[in-house]
Design a protein around this ligand. Structure first.
Ligand code: M6R
Length: 363
């Protein structure tokens, strides 16, 4: 039930701190990851050198964020593929791998078929799913439920956040099992994760400023999202959410690719949302903001508290400080809110975007 909310999408956006708590409660014990009930033992995790992550849409975007984290924390090889492509490709799969299939519904046909392909090749599978008892977890070697609660709006919000959380925990458990981080490090990371719900609440208390910013987009034809590395992965999810519920063309590009083509589309007044949550990349990101600003773009910078982006952008949005591995969880809330308020300002029903279904059970 929607209760007092006008739409499920905003209700589900607001439920994210609770959804993150639910995962932390179920899958951590004494500030350490606890996957005992899942059957993922330390011994098994320590034997892994290769991870595939498969999914569609936002689930794939979770994979792209996770890839950066696993690469940062471990020496494992990670490969993230769209399930719809994976099933047709002739990949030379590494048998000693774990394939992680991410799906809110647990019913997406392409993701299910990607799972079957892995099984046929003798590769172990782990699914991360929200809907209990659905076909994907029923057919996986291991499954982790995300406990986000029912998600009704077509545009995923809280399921995305829960999937991210589970992938953070998986990455930490993997890194610890492989001896790449210590138990003490793991505890520090988990403590930081426990501070996310409060930081999410802080962002949610700032809805009015996002609503105001949304007016700026209503008459636009195109919107661009740019970022590097993890910030690019966040851009992809921000852009998907935006196009899904606003019907405005939006595109995410790695900042370094602008010069290779997209810059020709940057003209006077074109909005460019520049994601810059990674401090090490800040200087580079600022120079990309300047690159598009000098072509007339209206730059909206989404960065972390403490970063000075005021000279290179027209509007600034700041997420509360957190570890660089976890910025996606905070940045995405602003981007979901932005998509939602532009949708509302245009008179669109964000819960049921045209032509889209919640669960895609056909190819
Ligand atoms: O149920 P699934 O997670 O497998 O669905 C995958 C995509 O269809 C889904 O994430 C889609 O991209 C969303 N509508 C995005 O908001």
């Amino acid at each position: 039930e929607k209760g007092n909310y006008p739409f499920y999408m905003i209700k589900e956006i607001e439920e994210q701190p609770k959804a993150v708590w639910a995962c932390l409660n179920v899958y951590t014990k004494n500030d350490l990851v606890d996957f005992e009930a899942i059957g993922l033992t330390k011994e098994y995790l320590s034997s892994l050198d290769n991870i595939y992550i498969l999914g569609c849409g936002s689930a794939y975007n979770v994979g792209k964020v996770s890839e950066c984290i696993i690469e940062e924390l471990t020496n494992c090889q990670v490969r993230v593929e769209l399930a719809s492509e994976f099933k047709y490709r002739n990949y030379k799969l590494n048998k000693n791998s774990l394939a992680i299939i991410i799906s809110q519904s647990g019913e997406t046909k392409d993701s299910y078929e990607a799972l079957l392909k892995c099984k046929n090749e003798g590769i172990k599978t782990l699914s991360i799913v929200n809907v209990k008892g659905s076909v994907i977890p029923r057919n996986s070697d291991y499954h982790i439920y995300t406990y986000a609660g029912p998600e009704i709006a077509v545009a995923t919000t809280k399921a995305y956040s829960s999937q991210l959380l589970v992938m953070y925990l998986f990455s930490l458990a993997l890194a610890e099992a492989k001896g790449d981080i210590t138990l003490e490090d793991e505890k520090k990371y988990i403590k930081e994760l426990k501070s996310l719900p409060e930081k999410m609440e802080h962002i949610l208390s700032d809805k009015a400023s996002v609503q105001k910013l949304a007016n700026h987009f209503v008459s636009k034809k195109d919107v661009f999202f740019i970022g590097r590395e993890m910030d690019y992965a966040i851009s992809e999810e921000g852009s998907l959410k935006f196009k899904e519920v606003t019907y405005i063309h939006s595109e995410a590009k790695p900042s370094g690719e602008l010069k290779h083509g997209t810059l020709s589309l940057i003209t006077d007044g074109v909005p460019v949302i520049a994601i810059a949550t990674q401090n090490e990349l800040l200087e580079k990101s600022i120079s990309n903001m300047e690159e598009v600003k000098s072509r007339g773009a209206s730059v909206i910078a989404l960065t972390m508290e403490g970063a000075d982006v005021s000279k290179s952008s027209k509007y600034q949005i700041y997420i509360p400080k957190t570890n660089k591995l976890f910025t996606a969880s905070l940045a995405i809330i602003y981007l979901q809110l932005l998509a939602y308020y532009v949708s509302i300002a245009k008179g669109i029903n964000p819960d049921q975007p045209r032509n889209l279904a919640k669960s895609v059970t056909v190819e």
